[in-house]
Design a binder for this molecule. Structure first.
Ligand SMILES: Cc1ncc(C[n+]2csc(CCOP(=O)(O)OP(=O)(O)O)c2C)c(N)n1
Ligand SMILES: [Mg+2]
Length: 358
């Protein structure tokens, strides 16, 4: 039965779903079978880390000393956490303008990312990238392209390079639903399939590209189907289902690593905040609050926590402890990152591409 959503929202695309830990347990329990308790805790910890990192940004953003636009990832944490759980330090990712979650899940230190957001010298790009361009070669974070779809091509090129070097390193491209409307997406699917490249395409379908709902943009909004014409297996993962993401990502990553080529995963999700900045869309009339409320009920962290407690896999007290410890370490990381020095003035033109104007 469909849930009534005001006009303009993604009505077609959202079915009601009762979040019932008892019911979820049957499906999630089967999927969790292949994961150790340590894996489950890691997943929870990563999602909490991303959530608290971004909540800190929201807390401090109005001070206006973090002078970078921020595209927040809150609500989508299950995807970065579920995929990166299966990547090793030598594997690669490319990401887009909504990059914080991917960078943290791939191992970037929160204090280094905070320093980057504050334009400080110890940031991952020495403060010159900001929120939209973090990179860290040592973590396999190849870069963050704010050109919609740009990271997909970098991932495919990198997978080709890994193949040529005969390295068993997988590259994951994270991108939004909007990126599937760029020509480069289709060119990349074609080339990656033709050459059986070790790449996994992760489409985070949060139902919007800026303020434009997917139902106003696509006659068929099931994006996982796009790989079919190129013989790429596609999968659809239901709303923020972290164990579903985990399971399909593991299969896709193993397949890529074993030389059987790319897969495309469409992970349906929702961003809670506005396209850019810490405000909420309904405050500006861009999306209805009822839609946000629906998706808050599908909060990936809340649902996973309910499942872990209900299934008696992990005690609530341990989950609380993880959250408290993480809150402390994010606070500390923010203090450190924010108080780092700025780069010297004579570094201004180092490591950047620019054209001198007269
Ligand atoms: C090639 C290109 N076109 C347009 C833009 C402007 N733009 C920035 S983000 C964005 C929406 C992207 O939507 P999506 O890929 O779904 O990612 P989301 O913001 O939803 O995470 C647009 C249109 C851009 N940066 N690059
Ligand atoms: Mg989107």
């Amino acid at each position: 039965m469909g849930t009534e959503i005001p006009a303009g929202a993604c009505k077609f695309y959202i079915e009601s779903r009762v979040i019932n830990p008892k019911e979820d347990d049957k499906v999630m329990g089967r999927r969790a079978k292949n994961l150790s308790d340590e894996n489950l805790i890691d997943l929870y910890r990563t999602m909490i880390k991303i959530r608290l990192f971004e909540e800190k940004i929201i807390d401090v953003y109005s001070a206006q000393d973090m002078r970078t636009p921020v595209h927040l990832y809150i609500g989508q944490e299950a995807i970065a956490a579920g995929v990166c759980l299966h990547l090793g330090p030598k594997d690669y990712i490319t990401t887009n303008h909504r990059s914080h979650g991917h960078c943290l899940a791939k191992g970037m230190d929160p204090k280094v990312l905070f320093a980057e957001l504050y334009g400080k010298r110890t940031g991952c790009c020495r403060g010159k990238g900001g929120s939209m361009h973090p990179a860290s070669v040592e973590h396999g974070i190849l870069g963050t392209s704010a050109i919609v779809g740009g990271g997909i091509a970098l991932a495919v090129g990198n997978a080709l390079a890994a193949n040529m070097r005969r390295e068993k390193r997988v590259t994951v491209a994270f991108f939004g639903d909007g990126a599937t409307e760029e020509g480069i997406f289709f060119e990349c699917l074609n080339f990656a399939s033709l050459k059986r490249l070790p790449v996994v395409f992760i489409c985070e379908n949060n139902l919007y590209a800026t303020n434009s709902p997917i139902t106003n943009r696509q006659p068929n909004s099931y994006l996982w189907t796009r790989g079919g014409i190129y013989d790429i297996e596609g999968y659809f993962i239901y709303d923020n289902d972290v164990l579903g993401i985990c399971q399909k990502a593991r299969e896709a990553i193993n397949k890529a690593r074993s030389g059987f080529g790319p897969s495309l995963l469409e992970c349906r999700t929702y961003r809670w905040k506005g396209h850019v900045g810490p405000e909420e869309d309904h405050e500006k009339g861009a999306r209805p609050k009822s839609e946000l409320d629906l998706w808050k009920n599908r909060c990936p962290i809340k649902c996973f926590r309910n499942y872990l407690i209900y299934s008696r896999k992990i005690r609530a007290s341990l989950l609380n402890e993880i959250e408290n410890t993480m809150r402390h370490s994010i606070d500390e990381a923010w203090q450190i990152g924010k108080n780092e020095p700025y780069p010297d003035q004579d570094e201004l033109y180092q490591n950047v591409y620019f054209q001198k104007t007269t």
